[in-house]
Ligand binder design. Structure first.
Ligand SMILES: Nc1ncnc2c1ncn2[C@@H]1O[C@H](COP(=O)(O)OP(=O)(O)OP(=O)(O)O)[C@@H](O)[C@H]1O
Ligand SMILES: [Mg+2]
Length: 502
C-alpha cells in the first residue's frame, strides 16, 4: 500500500499559445493539508481541474492509493473519491440544502420514483453533523451565506465518501470569523483521514492550516516542503524566483487640494451619515469588518445604488450621480470586488475589456484607432504583468488573478479623477500585488485620488495615508498613517470610540 492517497506525476497541459502545466507534481497523504501556491497563472487551478476530471491532461500519470488510473469526467472523479470545491459554487440556488447535497441521488420511497424526503433530510443532517455544521437542511441555498454554501459543498463531498478534497481559494470571500470556522472544519476532516489540497494567495494561512506546501512557477513544479521547515520569505522566493524586498512600496506625496467630499451620505438600511474627503496626493483606506457598509458606500458614490440623503462634491462642485454612467462621466471609477459579475465581460478579449470603458478616447473621426488601442493594451499587459498569450485572448481563459488585473487595466485607462478600489488585490499573488501598489503610486503622482477598500490590514497600513474605519454603517473613526496600527483599526472596527482608546 502506498503512503499516498494521491500522486500526480509529470502532468502536462497545453492550451493554444500556453503551456499551463509543464511538469505538475503533487502527492497527498491521508489526513494531510497540502497547500498549493504560485503566482497568478502558475497552473494551480489547471492542475486541480485535471485531478477533478474537468479537463484532460495531455500527458502524465495519476495514482490513487498507488494505483494508476485515468479520470474521465467530474462525475467519475467524484465516484473515485475526489471532490473539488470551486470558488464559484456549483449549488442550485433555489433548491434546499439537502436537495443540493443529494442532487441526482435522492433516496427513493421503496422502488417508486418518489423522493423519500424524511430520509433525505435525515441523511443531510447526519452528514452536516459529522462536520459539526448546524444548518436547517430544508432552507433554500440562496438564503445561506457564502460560508454556509461552502460548508454545504464540503458536506456534499463527504456524502460521496471523498478521500481527497480540493479547495481552490476557499478563503477569498470569507470573513475572519467564517475562516476560523472553515479551519475548524478542515481540522475535523483531517481527523477523519481525508487529504486536502488547499490553494490560497494568503500565505499566512499556510502556516495556520498546512502540513506541506508545493510551489509552482510558470507551470513548473518548483518544490515541496514541510510547512514547519519554511518561512514566508522562503515561499515568496520560490514563487517569484527572486527576493521580494518591499512588499509595500509606499511613496509619500504632498497632500494637495480636496477633490472629492461626501457629506452626510445615507442609504437607509446600509449606512448613515458618512462624511469624508479625499485630497490630491493621497490614498485613503476604508476598512472595517465585512458587512460594515464599505462596499455599499462605494456603490453609492459610483451611482450603482440610490442614496437617501447627503451630498457628493467633486472639485468643489456638487454633483449628481444617478447612475454609473454619470459617475464615469464625472471621472469617478469603481473597481468592484466581484470581478466575475461586474468587472469583466468574460467572452470579450483582453484588449476589448481594457479599452471598453474609455473607447471614446481612441476614436478618431468615425473609427477606433486600432493601432493605438493595441499599444495601450500591450503597455498595461506589460506593466501589470498580465499573463496571457496575446491581447486577443478571451478573458475567460485567463487565470483568476489575471482576470482581476484586466479589470484594473480597464479602470486605469479611464483616466479617472477618483478611483475607488474594492479589495483590489484579492486573489492576486504577492509579486503582482507590489506592481499594483506601484501603479497606485503612479496614479497618485498624476493627481488621481484613491479610496481603497480592503480587509487586508497589512495592505491598508502599508499603502494608505489615512484610514477610515466603518462600524455597522457608520464611520467609527479616522486614523493617520502614523497613528494607525492593526489593534487600533480593529478596536474602531468593533465599535470602540477614539475617545475610549485614548
Ligand atoms: N481554458 C483555457 N484556455 C486557454 N488558456 C487557459 C485556459 N485555462 C487556463 N489557461 C491558462 O493557463 C495558465 C494557468 O492558469 P491557471 O488558472 O491554472 O493559473 P492559477 O495558478 O490558478 O492562477 P490564479 O492564481 O490567478 O488563479 C494561464 O496562463 C491561463 O491563462
Ligand atoms: Mg486559479
Amino acid at each position: 500500500m502506498s503512503e499516498y492517497v494521491l500522486e500526480m506525476k509529470d502532468i502536462v497541459k497545453r492550451f493554444p499559445g500556453v503551456v499551463a502545466v509543464k511538469n505538475g507534481q503533487l502527492n497527498l497523504r491521508p489526513g494531510e493539508v497540502h497547500c498549493l501556491v504560485g503566482e497568478n497563472g502558475a497552473g494551480k487551478s489547471t492542475l486541480m481541474k485535471i485531478l477533478s476530471g474537468a479537463q484532460p491532461a495531455d500527458s502524465g500519470e495519476i495514482l490513487l492509493s498507488g494505483e494508476s488510473i485515468s479520470i474521465h469526467n467530474p462525475h467519475h472523479a467524484q465516484q473515485l473519491g475526489i471532490s473539488m470545491i470551486y470558488q464559484e459554487f456549483n449549488l442550485s440556488p433555489f433548491l434546499s440544502v439537502a436537495e443540493n447535497i443529494f442532487l441526482g441521488r435522492e433516496p427513493r420511497l421503496g422502488k417508486t420514483p418518489f423522493i423519500n424526503w424524511s430520509k433525505m433530510y435525515q441523511d443531510a443532517r447526519e452528514i452536516l453533523g459529522r462536520i459539526r455544521v448546524n444548518l436547517d437542511v430544508r432552507k433554500p441555498v440562496n438564503e445561506c451565506s457564502v460560508a454556509q454554501q461552502q460548508m454545504i459543498e464540503i458536506g456534499k463531498a463527504l456524502s460521496f465518501n471523498s478521500k481527497i478534497i480540493v479547495m481552490d481559494e476557499p478563503s477569498a470571500t470569507l470573513t475572519d470569523h467564517e475562516l476560523d470556522a472553515l479551519f475548524a472544519l478542515i481540522r475535523e476532516l483531517k481527523e477523519q483521514g481525508i487529504g486536502m489540497i488547499y490553494i490560497s494567495h494568503r500565505l499566512e494561512e499556510i502556516f495556520t492550516i498546512g502540513d506541506r506546501v508545493t510551489v509552482m512557477r510558470d507551470g513548473e513544479y518548483i518544490a515541496t516542503k514541510p510547512v514547519a521547515e519554511v518561512t514566508r520569505e522562503d515561499i515568496i522566493k520560490m514563487m517569484v524566483g527572486r527576493e521580494l524586498t518591499h512588499e509595500f512600496p509606499k511613496e509619500l506625496f504632498e497632500r494637495g487640494e480636496e477633490r472629492l467630499r461626501v457629506e452626510g451620505l445615507t442609504r437607509t438600511g446600509a449606512f448613515q451619515d458618512v462624511s469624508f474627503s479625499l485630497h490630491r496626493g493621497e490614498i485613503v483606506g476604508l476598512t472595517g469588518l465585512v458587512g460594515a457598509g464599505r462596499t455599499e458606500v462605494a456603490r453609492a458614490i459610483f451611482g450603482a445604488d440610490r442614496i437617501d440623503g447627503g451630498q457628493i462634491v467633486l472639485d468643489g462642485k456638487n454633483i449628481c450621480v444617478r447612475s454609473p454612467q454619470d459617475a464615469i462621466h464625472h471621472g469617478i471609477g469603481l473597481l468592484t470586488e466581484d470581478r466575475k459579475n461586474q468587472g469583466l465581460i468574460l467572452g470579450m478579449t483582453v484588449r476589448e475589456n481594457t479599452t471598453l470603458a474609455n473607447l471614446a478616447s481612441l476614436v478618431r473621426g468615425l473609427f477606433v484607432n486600432r493601432k493605438r488601442e493595441r499599444l495601450v493594451t500591450i503597455s498595461y499587459v506589460r506593466d501589470l504583468q498580465i499573463k496571457t498569450p496575446s491581447i486577443e485572448q478571451t478573458a475567460q481563459n485567463l487565470s483568476g488573478g489575471n482576470q482581476q488585473k484586466v479589470v484594473l487595466a480597464k479602470w486605469l485607462f479611464t483616466e479617472s479623477k477618483v478611483l475607488i478600489f474594492d479589495e483590489p488585490t484579492r486573489g492576486i499573488d504577492v509579486g503582482a500585488k507590489v506592481e499594483i501598489y506601484r501603479l497606485m503610486n503612479d496614479l497618485v503622482r498624476k493627481g488621481v485620488c484613491i479610496l481603497m477598500i480592503s480587509s487586508e490590514l497589512p495592505e491598508v497600513l502599508g499603502m494608505c495615508d489615512r484610514i477610515l474605519v466603518m462600524h455597522e454603517g457608520h464611520l467609527g473613526g479616522e486614523l493617520s498613517r502614523d497613528e494607525a496600527t492593526q489593534e487600533r483599526i480593529m478596536q474602531l472596527a468593533t465599535g470602540e470610540t477614539l475617545a475610549a482608546m485614548a
